[in-house]
Design a protein around this ligand. Structure first.
Ligand SMILES: Cc1ncc(COP(=O)(O)O)c(C=O)c1O
Length: 401
Protein backbone atom coordinates (compact mmCIF):
# COMPACT_ATOMS: atom_id res chain seq x y z
CA UNK A 1 0.00 0.00 0.00
CA UNK A 2 1.36 3.46 -0.85
CA UNK A 3 1.38 6.25 1.72
CA UNK A 4 -1.47 7.89 -0.21
CA UNK A 5 -3.58 4.72 -0.16
CA UNK A 6 -2.91 4.14 3.56
CA UNK A 7 -3.86 7.70 4.52
CA UNK A 8 -7.03 7.60 2.42
CA UNK A 9 -8.06 4.24 3.90
CA UNK A 10 -7.56 5.60 7.44
CA UNK A 11 -9.51 8.77 6.64
CA UNK A 12 -12.33 6.70 5.12
CA UNK A 13 -12.45 4.47 8.21
CA UNK A 14 -12.52 7.26 10.77
CA UNK A 15 -14.23 10.29 9.22
CA UNK A 16 -17.92 10.72 8.43
CA UNK A 17 -18.39 10.24 4.68
CA UNK A 18 -19.70 13.75 3.98
CA UNK A 19 -17.19 14.34 1.16
CA UNK A 20 -15.91 12.42 -1.86
CA UNK A 21 -12.41 13.90 -2.24
CA UNK A 22 -10.13 13.16 -5.17
CA UNK A 23 -7.58 10.46 -4.26
CA UNK A 24 -4.73 12.87 -3.50
CA UNK A 25 -3.23 13.64 -0.08
CA UNK A 26 -1.71 17.11 0.18
CA UNK A 27 1.24 17.66 2.47
CA UNK A 28 2.26 21.24 1.68
CA UNK A 29 1.44 24.16 -0.56
CA UNK A 30 2.84 27.46 -1.76
CA UNK A 31 1.18 30.11 -3.92
CA UNK A 32 -0.92 28.32 -6.54
CA UNK A 33 0.83 24.97 -6.13
CA UNK A 34 0.28 22.03 -3.79
CA UNK A 35 2.53 19.03 -3.14
CA UNK A 36 1.24 15.61 -2.10
CA UNK A 37 2.72 13.12 0.36
CA UNK A 38 4.56 11.37 -2.50
CA UNK A 39 6.19 14.63 -3.62
CA UNK A 40 3.99 15.15 -6.71
CA UNK A 41 3.07 18.78 -7.49
CA UNK A 42 -0.37 20.03 -8.52
CA UNK A 43 -1.66 23.35 -9.75
CA UNK A 44 -4.55 24.41 -7.49
CA UNK A 45 -7.51 25.27 -9.74
CA UNK A 46 -10.02 25.33 -6.86
CA UNK A 47 -8.39 27.66 -4.29
CA UNK A 48 -10.38 26.25 -1.38
CA UNK A 49 -13.66 27.34 -3.02
CA UNK A 50 -12.19 30.89 -3.15
CA UNK A 51 -10.95 30.88 0.46
CA UNK A 52 -7.44 30.88 -1.04
CA UNK A 53 -7.80 33.94 -3.29
CA UNK A 54 -4.35 35.09 -2.12
CA UNK A 55 -2.81 31.66 -2.62
CA UNK A 56 -1.27 29.27 -0.14
CA UNK A 57 1.01 30.76 2.51
CA UNK A 58 1.03 34.35 1.25
CA UNK A 59 4.01 35.91 3.09
CA UNK A 60 2.00 38.94 4.26
CA UNK A 61 -0.75 36.75 5.72
CA UNK A 62 1.65 34.28 7.32
CA UNK A 63 3.60 37.15 8.89
CA UNK A 64 0.42 38.78 10.22
CA UNK A 65 -0.77 35.46 11.68
CA UNK A 66 2.63 34.64 13.24
CA UNK A 67 2.98 38.07 14.83
CA UNK A 68 -0.50 37.82 16.33
CA UNK A 69 0.01 34.20 17.47
CA UNK A 70 2.76 35.42 19.74
CA UNK A 71 0.70 38.28 21.21
CA UNK A 72 -2.86 37.13 21.93
CA UNK A 73 -5.18 34.84 19.96
CA UNK A 74 -8.46 34.73 21.87
CA UNK A 75 -10.14 36.94 24.43
CA UNK A 76 -13.82 36.18 23.72
CA UNK A 77 -16.08 39.18 23.26
CA UNK A 78 -16.42 39.44 27.03
CA UNK A 79 -13.46 41.86 26.78
CA UNK A 80 -12.22 44.26 24.15
CA UNK A 81 -8.95 43.51 22.35
CA UNK A 82 -6.68 45.84 20.46
CA UNK A 83 -7.27 44.54 16.90
CA UNK A 84 -11.08 44.56 17.01
CA UNK A 85 -11.83 48.24 16.40
CA UNK A 86 -9.44 48.45 13.45
CA UNK A 87 -10.85 45.29 11.85
CA UNK A 88 -14.47 46.47 12.10
CA UNK A 89 -13.67 50.03 11.01
CA UNK A 90 -11.58 49.00 8.02
CA UNK A 91 -13.91 46.25 6.85
CA UNK A 92 -16.90 48.58 7.08
CA UNK A 93 -14.92 51.16 5.09
CA UNK A 94 -13.95 48.61 2.41
CA UNK A 95 -17.67 47.83 2.01
CA UNK A 96 -18.74 51.49 2.12
CA UNK A 97 -20.88 50.66 5.15
CA UNK A 98 -20.90 51.41 8.87
CA UNK A 99 -21.02 48.31 11.04
CA UNK A 100 -19.59 44.81 11.14
CA UNK A 101 -20.79 41.71 12.96
CA UNK A 102 -17.89 39.26 12.83
CA UNK A 103 -18.51 35.52 12.81
CA UNK A 104 -16.42 32.52 11.69
CA UNK A 105 -17.87 30.44 8.87
CA UNK A 106 -19.93 31.48 5.89
CA UNK A 107 -22.98 29.57 7.11
CA UNK A 108 -22.85 31.49 10.37
CA UNK A 109 -22.76 34.78 8.47
CA UNK A 110 -25.86 33.71 6.52
CA UNK A 111 -27.65 32.61 9.71
CA UNK A 112 -26.70 35.93 11.28
CA UNK A 113 -28.06 37.81 8.27
CA UNK A 114 -31.40 35.98 8.54
CA UNK A 115 -31.62 36.92 12.22
CA UNK A 116 -30.59 40.51 11.45
CA UNK A 117 -33.22 40.85 8.70
CA UNK A 118 -35.96 39.38 10.86
CA UNK A 119 -35.17 41.62 13.83
CA UNK A 120 -34.90 44.64 11.52
CA UNK A 121 -38.24 43.64 9.99
CA UNK A 122 -40.00 43.51 13.36
CA UNK A 123 -38.30 46.50 15.00
CA UNK A 124 -37.83 48.89 12.10
CA UNK A 125 -40.15 47.89 9.25
CA UNK A 126 -43.05 46.95 11.53
CA UNK A 127 -43.73 43.43 10.24
CA UNK A 128 -46.22 41.59 12.51
CA UNK A 129 -44.62 39.08 14.93
CA UNK A 130 -43.57 35.75 13.38
CA UNK A 131 -44.59 36.86 9.86
CA UNK A 132 -41.18 37.85 8.42
CA UNK A 133 -40.31 36.36 5.02
CA UNK A 134 -36.97 36.17 3.24
CA UNK A 135 -36.96 35.70 -0.53
CA UNK A 136 -34.13 33.54 -1.92
CA UNK A 137 -33.24 32.09 -5.32
CA UNK A 138 -33.46 28.54 -6.59
CA UNK A 139 -30.09 26.87 -7.10
CA UNK A 140 -28.64 28.81 -4.18
CA UNK A 141 -25.85 27.64 -1.95
CA UNK A 142 -25.59 29.51 1.35
CA UNK A 143 -24.21 26.78 3.61
CA UNK A 144 -25.11 23.64 5.50
CA UNK A 145 -26.86 24.55 8.75
CA UNK A 146 -30.46 23.47 9.33
CA UNK A 147 -32.02 26.87 8.61
CA UNK A 148 -29.82 27.43 5.56
CA UNK A 149 -30.63 24.05 4.00
CA UNK A 150 -34.32 24.76 4.67
CA UNK A 151 -34.25 27.13 1.68
CA UNK A 152 -31.95 25.05 -0.53
CA UNK A 153 -33.35 23.48 -3.71
CA UNK A 154 -30.67 20.79 -3.79
CA UNK A 155 -32.19 17.43 -2.72
CA UNK A 156 -28.79 16.16 -1.52
CA UNK A 157 -28.48 19.12 0.85
CA UNK A 158 -32.02 18.71 2.23
CA UNK A 159 -33.13 15.08 2.23
CA UNK A 160 -33.73 13.61 5.70
CA UNK A 161 -32.80 16.84 7.49
CA UNK A 162 -36.31 18.15 8.09
CA UNK A 163 -38.36 19.57 9.69
CA UNK A 164 -37.28 22.74 7.93
CA UNK A 165 -37.23 26.33 9.16
CA UNK A 166 -40.21 28.27 7.77
CA UNK A 167 -40.18 31.85 6.52
CA UNK A 168 -38.51 31.53 3.12
CA UNK A 169 -39.83 31.99 -0.40
CA UNK A 170 -37.85 30.52 -3.28
CA UNK A 171 -37.99 32.10 -6.76
CA UNK A 172 -36.02 31.19 -9.92
CA UNK A 173 -32.56 32.81 -10.05
CA UNK A 174 -32.33 35.62 -12.59
CA UNK A 175 -36.12 36.06 -12.88
CA UNK A 176 -37.01 39.59 -11.83
CA UNK A 177 -40.73 39.14 -12.55
CA UNK A 178 -40.90 36.18 -10.15
CA UNK A 179 -38.95 38.16 -7.58
CA UNK A 180 -41.31 41.10 -7.90
CA UNK A 181 -44.32 38.80 -7.38
CA UNK A 182 -42.76 37.13 -4.32
CA UNK A 183 -41.99 40.31 -2.39
CA UNK A 184 -44.87 41.24 -0.06
CA UNK A 185 -45.31 43.68 2.84
CA UNK A 186 -43.93 41.01 5.18
CA UNK A 187 -40.76 40.48 3.17
CA UNK A 188 -37.78 41.62 5.22
CA UNK A 189 -34.97 40.63 2.87
CA UNK A 190 -33.95 39.31 -0.51
CA UNK A 191 -30.92 37.05 -0.05
CA UNK A 192 -28.88 36.29 -3.18
CA UNK A 193 -25.46 35.27 -4.45
CA UNK A 194 -24.56 37.88 -7.11
CA UNK A 195 -23.04 34.93 -8.99
CA UNK A 196 -24.08 31.44 -7.89
CA UNK A 197 -20.84 29.59 -7.15
CA UNK A 198 -21.78 26.07 -6.12
CA UNK A 199 -24.53 26.00 -8.73
CA UNK A 200 -21.75 26.09 -11.36
CA UNK A 201 -20.64 29.75 -11.50
CA UNK A 202 -24.00 30.97 -12.79
CA UNK A 203 -23.95 34.65 -13.79
CA UNK A 204 -27.44 36.22 -13.73
CA UNK A 205 -28.75 38.13 -16.78
CA UNK A 206 -27.36 41.67 -17.12
CA UNK A 207 -29.59 44.06 -15.19
CA UNK A 208 -30.84 41.48 -12.70
CA UNK A 209 -28.89 42.74 -9.68
CA UNK A 210 -29.72 46.35 -10.52
CA UNK A 211 -33.37 45.32 -10.85
CA UNK A 212 -33.30 43.59 -7.46
CA UNK A 213 -31.70 46.71 -5.98
CA UNK A 214 -34.43 48.92 -7.39
CA UNK A 215 -37.21 46.56 -6.28
CA UNK A 216 -35.91 46.15 -2.72
CA UNK A 217 -35.40 49.90 -2.35
CA UNK A 218 -38.93 50.57 -3.64
CA UNK A 219 -40.54 48.02 -1.29
CA UNK A 220 -38.47 48.71 1.83
CA UNK A 221 -36.74 45.33 1.82
CA UNK A 222 -33.09 44.62 2.67
CA UNK A 223 -30.94 43.41 -0.23
CA UNK A 224 -28.52 40.91 1.30
CA UNK A 225 -25.69 39.98 -1.08
CA UNK A 226 -23.93 36.73 -0.18
CA UNK A 227 -20.44 37.53 -1.48
CA UNK A 228 -18.85 34.76 0.56
CA UNK A 229 -17.53 33.07 -2.59
CA UNK A 230 -17.88 35.83 -5.21
CA UNK A 231 -16.37 38.64 -3.14
CA UNK A 232 -12.91 39.90 -2.26
CA UNK A 233 -11.35 39.99 -5.70
CA UNK A 234 -12.45 36.79 -7.39
CA UNK A 235 -14.46 38.41 -10.21
CA UNK A 236 -11.99 41.21 -10.93
CA UNK A 237 -13.68 43.63 -8.53
CA UNK A 238 -13.74 43.69 -4.74
CA UNK A 239 -17.43 42.70 -4.88
CA UNK A 240 -19.29 40.96 -7.70
CA UNK A 241 -22.19 43.42 -7.17
CA UNK A 242 -19.90 46.16 -8.54
CA UNK A 243 -20.22 44.72 -12.05
CA UNK A 244 -23.75 46.14 -12.09
CA UNK A 245 -22.92 49.24 -10.06
CA UNK A 246 -25.03 47.86 -7.23
CA UNK A 247 -24.50 48.44 -3.51
CA UNK A 248 -26.66 46.10 -1.40
CA UNK A 249 -27.85 46.86 2.13
CA UNK A 250 -25.92 43.95 3.60
CA UNK A 251 -22.75 42.19 2.46
CA UNK A 252 -21.98 38.67 3.68
CA UNK A 253 -18.28 37.88 3.57
CA UNK A 254 -16.28 34.80 4.49
CA UNK A 255 -13.80 32.45 2.84
CA UNK A 256 -11.01 34.77 1.53
CA UNK A 257 -11.58 37.15 4.48
CA UNK A 258 -9.60 34.63 6.54
CA UNK A 259 -6.80 34.56 3.96
CA UNK A 260 -6.94 30.76 3.75
CA UNK A 261 -5.43 30.76 7.25
CA UNK A 262 -8.51 30.48 9.48
CA UNK A 263 -12.30 30.86 9.20
CA UNK A 264 -13.35 34.50 9.33
CA UNK A 265 -16.77 35.73 8.23
CA UNK A 266 -18.78 38.88 8.68
CA UNK A 267 -22.10 40.58 8.16
CA UNK A 268 -21.50 44.17 7.06
CA UNK A 269 -24.29 46.76 6.90
CA UNK A 270 -25.47 50.20 7.92
CA UNK A 271 -25.96 51.18 11.56
CA UNK A 272 -29.74 51.31 10.93
CA UNK A 273 -29.59 47.55 10.19
CA UNK A 274 -26.93 46.02 12.48
CA UNK A 275 -27.78 48.53 15.19
CA UNK A 276 -30.98 46.54 15.90
CA UNK A 277 -29.09 44.09 18.12
CA UNK A 278 -28.77 44.44 21.89
CA UNK A 279 -26.17 42.68 24.06
CA UNK A 280 -27.01 39.01 24.54
CA UNK A 281 -29.11 38.69 21.37
CA UNK A 282 -26.36 37.22 19.17
CA UNK A 283 -22.76 36.15 19.52
CA UNK A 284 -19.93 33.71 18.97
CA UNK A 285 -17.06 32.59 21.19
CA UNK A 286 -14.55 32.87 18.34
CA UNK A 287 -16.15 35.59 16.19
CA UNK A 288 -13.89 38.64 15.93
CA UNK A 289 -11.00 37.00 17.81
CA UNK A 290 -7.59 38.73 17.74
CA UNK A 291 -6.02 36.21 15.34
CA UNK A 292 -8.97 36.46 12.95
CA UNK A 293 -8.88 40.26 13.12
CA UNK A 294 -5.11 40.39 12.50
CA UNK A 295 -5.36 38.17 9.41
CA UNK A 296 -8.55 39.91 8.24
CA UNK A 297 -6.86 43.31 8.57
CA UNK A 298 -4.00 42.14 6.35
CA UNK A 299 -6.52 40.80 3.81
CA UNK A 300 -8.24 44.21 3.76
CA UNK A 301 -4.89 45.99 3.34
CA UNK A 302 -4.00 43.69 0.43
CA UNK A 303 -7.37 44.30 -1.23
CA UNK A 304 -6.90 48.05 -0.83
CA UNK A 305 -3.92 47.91 -3.22
CA UNK A 306 -6.32 46.81 -5.99
CA UNK A 307 -3.57 44.51 -7.26
CA UNK A 308 -5.50 41.27 -6.73
CA UNK A 309 -8.70 42.56 -8.35
CA UNK A 310 -6.65 43.75 -11.35
CA UNK A 311 -4.93 40.40 -11.65
CA UNK A 312 -8.25 38.56 -11.47
CA UNK A 313 -9.62 40.80 -14.23
CA UNK A 314 -6.57 40.40 -16.51
CA UNK A 315 -6.04 36.68 -15.98
CA UNK A 316 -9.81 36.25 -16.11
CA UNK A 317 -9.84 37.72 -19.62
CA UNK A 318 -7.20 35.19 -20.64
CA UNK A 319 -9.11 32.33 -18.97
CA UNK A 320 -12.38 33.23 -20.70
CA UNK A 321 -10.66 33.71 -24.09
CA UNK A 322 -9.17 30.21 -23.82
CA UNK A 323 -12.45 28.72 -22.60
CA UNK A 324 -14.31 30.36 -25.49
CA UNK A 325 -11.96 28.47 -27.86
CA UNK A 326 -12.74 25.23 -26.02
CA UNK A 327 -16.47 26.06 -26.08
CA UNK A 328 -16.44 25.79 -29.87
CA UNK A 329 -14.96 22.29 -29.77
CA UNK A 330 -18.16 20.35 -29.08
CA UNK A 331 -16.49 18.86 -25.98
CA UNK A 332 -18.33 21.18 -23.62
CA UNK A 333 -21.95 22.29 -23.61
CA UNK A 334 -21.54 25.63 -21.83
CA UNK A 335 -18.91 27.91 -20.33
CA UNK A 336 -19.77 30.68 -17.85
CA UNK A 337 -18.06 32.96 -15.41
CA UNK A 338 -16.50 36.27 -14.55
CA UNK A 339 -12.96 37.19 -13.60
CA UNK A 340 -10.78 34.28 -12.54
CA UNK A 341 -13.82 32.08 -12.02
CA UNK A 342 -15.51 29.76 -14.50
CA UNK A 343 -17.93 26.88 -14.74
CA UNK A 344 -17.40 24.48 -17.63
CA UNK A 345 -20.22 22.03 -18.45
CA UNK A 346 -18.63 18.93 -19.92
CA UNK A 347 -20.43 17.13 -22.75
CA UNK A 348 -21.74 13.82 -21.32
CA UNK A 349 -20.05 12.02 -24.23
CA UNK A 350 -16.65 13.09 -22.84
CA UNK A 351 -17.36 11.97 -19.27
CA UNK A 352 -18.74 13.31 -16.00
CA UNK A 353 -17.27 16.28 -14.16
CA UNK A 354 -15.80 13.78 -11.71
CA UNK A 355 -14.04 11.81 -14.46
CA UNK A 356 -12.60 15.02 -15.91
CA UNK A 357 -11.42 16.06 -12.42
CA UNK A 358 -9.70 12.69 -11.90
CA UNK A 359 -7.96 12.89 -15.28
CA UNK A 360 -6.87 16.44 -14.57
CA UNK A 361 -5.42 15.26 -11.26
CA UNK A 362 -3.35 12.68 -13.14
CA UNK A 363 -2.01 15.58 -15.25
CA UNK A 364 -1.21 17.68 -12.16
CA UNK A 365 -4.21 20.02 -11.93
CA UNK A 366 -6.70 19.92 -9.06
CA UNK A 367 -10.31 20.94 -9.70
CA UNK A 368 -13.64 19.93 -8.24
CA UNK A 369 -16.75 18.95 -10.15
CA UNK A 370 -20.16 20.26 -9.17
CA UNK A 371 -23.67 19.03 -10.07
CA UNK A 372 -22.47 16.10 -12.15
CA UNK A 373 -21.35 17.69 -15.39
CA UNK A 374 -19.68 20.92 -14.32
CA UNK A 375 -16.02 21.56 -13.63
CA UNK A 376 -15.34 24.75 -11.73
CA UNK A 377 -12.13 26.69 -12.35
CA UNK A 378 -11.05 29.13 -9.65
CA UNK A 379 -7.27 29.32 -9.24
CA UNK A 380 -5.72 31.53 -6.56
CA UNK A 381 -5.52 35.10 -7.87
CA UNK A 382 -1.72 34.91 -7.49
CA UNK A 383 -1.43 32.18 -10.15
CA UNK A 384 1.29 32.92 -12.74
CA UNK A 385 0.04 33.57 -16.26
CA UNK A 386 2.06 30.68 -17.71
CA UNK A 387 0.76 28.32 -15.02
CA UNK A 388 -2.80 29.35 -15.82
CA UNK A 389 -2.15 28.71 -19.54
CA UNK A 390 -0.60 25.35 -18.69
CA UNK A 391 -3.57 24.37 -16.52
CA UNK A 392 -6.03 25.25 -19.30
CA UNK A 393 -3.89 23.20 -21.75
CA UNK A 394 -4.26 20.24 -19.39
CA UNK A 395 -8.04 20.74 -19.36
CA UNK A 396 -8.05 20.77 -23.15
CA UNK A 397 -5.82 17.69 -23.11
CA UNK A 398 -8.35 15.81 -20.97
CA UNK A 399 -11.37 17.01 -22.96
CA UNK A 400 -9.84 16.18 -26.33
CA UNK A 401 -8.30 12.82 -25.36
C1 LIG B 1 -22.09 31.72 -1.40
C2 LIG B 1 -21.77 30.92 -0.19
N1 LIG B 1 -22.37 31.21 0.98
C3 LIG B 1 -22.12 30.51 2.09
C4 LIG B 1 -21.24 29.44 2.09
C5 LIG B 1 -20.99 28.66 3.35
O1 LIG B 1 -19.73 28.90 3.84
P1 LIG B 1 -19.07 27.91 4.93
O2 LIG B 1 -18.75 26.65 4.22
O3 LIG B 1 -17.84 28.65 5.38
O4 LIG B 1 -20.06 27.72 6.01
C6 LIG B 1 -20.61 29.09 0.90
C7 LIG B 1 -19.68 27.95 0.85
O5 LIG B 1 -19.34 27.42 -0.18
C8 LIG B 1 -20.88 29.84 -0.27
O6 LIG B 1 -20.31 29.54 -1.44
Amino acid sequence: MTTTEALIAAADAHSAPTYHPLPVVIARADGAWMTDVEGRRYLDFLAGYSALNFGHGHPRLVAAAKAQLERVTLTSRAFHHDRFAAFCTELAELCGMEMVLPMNTGSEAVETAVKTARKWGYRVKGVPAEMAKVVVAGGNFHGRTTTVISFSTDPAARADFGPYTPGFEIVPYGDLTAMRAAVTENTVAVLLEPIQGESGVVVPPQGYLAGVRELTRERGVLFVADEIQSGLGRTGRTFACEHEGVVPDVYLLGKALGGGVLPVSAVVAGADVLGVFRPGEHGSTFGGNPLACAVGLEVIAMLRTGEFQERAAELGDLLHRRLAEIAGSGRVTAVRGRGLWAGVDVDPGVGSGRVVSERLMERGVLVKDTHGATVRIAPPLVVEEEDLEWGIEQLWGVLSA
